[in-house]
Write a protein that binds this ligand. Structure first.
Ligand SMILES: [Zn+2]
Length: 198
């Protein structure tokens, strides 16, 4: 084995080890990484499509890499007078199973067999605070699809500003939900079922 191949093998082994690494400590609290960030964690309240609080705490946890990128997004938006607000971040796999029972439609809820990118701490549901947006959260209709956004022209322009700011820092928008963004390289991170403890 030459030196380059040896290095690649070592990298592959490291990647495997990372995939099996215990979840604890692999996520950061976004309120600490982005002090003062606006949170509206709907799944910690009954104000969501499940009509029940499914998280025991209103916390936003993410992989450190995603949190760092989100910090840059927040600064970029602030420079334009816009305020980032977060609806959901890391979601335990057990909650994903509950959502799938309620909405077994892969356009809107990831099949827990494959897992959601939220379960990897590598996706975020984001909006802008204090301005009109195309729909409310978890509006499972064509009005939430990026290609057929509902709402006023101003609301659609705000969604575009959010999408552009997220894309510039490595977050790719889901076609069917204007608020959902996957962090680039999400497949590197393992599915997690750590509880969202207070
Ligand atoms: Zn989402």
């Amino acid at each position: 084995m030459n030196r380059a191949a040896g290095a690649l093998t070592a990298l592959a082994l490291l990647a495997c080890a990372a995939g099996r690494a215990p979840a604890r400590g692999s996520l950061v609290d976004v309120s600490e990484a982005l002090p003062g960030v606006a949170l509206d964690i709907r799944y910690a309240t009954p104000d969501n499509f499940a009509k029940a609080a499914v998280y025991p705490a209103a916390r936003c946890l993410l992989r450190p890499e995603a949190a760092a990128a989100l910090k840059a997004v927040r600064s970029d938006l602030a420079a334009k007078g816009l305020t980032l607000k977060l609806w959901d971040c890391y979601r335990p796999l057990s909650v994903q199973r509950r959502f799938w029972e309620l909405v077994p439609d892969p356009r809107y809820v990831a099949d827990p067999k494959k897992g959601s990118r939220h379960n990897r701490g590598a996706a975020v549901d984001a909006t802008l605070a204090g301005v009109e947006m195309p729909t409310g959260y978890d509006d499972f209709s064509a009005n939430a699809h990026r290609a057929t956004l509902g709402g006023t022209p101003a609301a659609r322009a705000n969604a575009k500003s959010l999408e552009d700011a997220m894309a510039a820092r490595g977050f790719k928008g889901l076609p069917t939900e204007w608020w959902h963004f996957d962090f680039a390289g999400w497949e590197r991170f393992p599915l997690l079922d750590e509880p969202l403890t207070p």
